[in-house]
Design a protein around this ligand. Sequence first.
Ligand code: Z5A
Length: 213
Amino acid sequence: MTRGKFITLEGIEGAGKSTVALAIADTLRARGLRVRLTREPGGTPLAERLRQLVLERGEESLSAEAETLLMFAARAIHLDNLVRPALERGEWVICDRFTDATRAYQGGGRGVDAVLIEQLALSVHLGLEPDLTLLLDVPVTIGLNRARSRRQSNGEVVTDRFESETVQFFERVSKSYLEIARREPQRCRVIDASADPDTVKSAALVALQGLPG
Ligand code: Z5A
């Protein structure tokens, strides 16, 4: 059986990853492919419990290193229980965020040592890398405004540990994402996500056509 493709979506908050992920999944399913749409941190019941722990604003402090370890713990569970089995069954896995998010948020945003992040990635990925990463690039103010409007329309009043971060934090994250894309042009496609949703979805589908194999 041919292994399925592993596609990851990245970008700052409000870039439109979930919107594009759904559109890609619908298009691939319409072509007769079997698709798993998933997310990080989370994706399986146990990893979703870790997601809740890492996103909620609790009373105890959570260091950037502890946050990084929790992201990789959730990732290891997700890869073992969902991603690898699905790929081995020939399914396409569309994942809303993966290790580039750790590189950008914990590395770029919080200053965690890149060597530590790459060591953890090596141990947890066990050789698995995305076939394609779509980086939805949007100016920070646009992304944050979209996310804020969505929260307001959903009636959400509590922000999580990332949503309450500063504009400067998201600028560092965004810069770090672009550096990853520059370093790995074979794997990463940068998409202008400031355009309207249909234009962004079309650009993502064009990027998919260039996928090898
Ligand atoms: N995190 C981390 O730090 N380290 C890690 O390793 C991982 C994650 C894996 C949760 O992620 C947090 O975890 C995240 C980083 C951290 N925190 N932050 N920031 P998440 O992916 O679940 O949360 P999110 O980034 O906050 O998701 P989001 O706000 O839902 O963003 P999105 O999925 O990119 O956007 P969307 O839901 O598709 O769209 C947002 C709104 O904009 C919505 O109302 C849409 O209808 C609208 N939208 C979408 N596209 C457009 C366009 N093109 N034009 C206009 N409006 C649009």
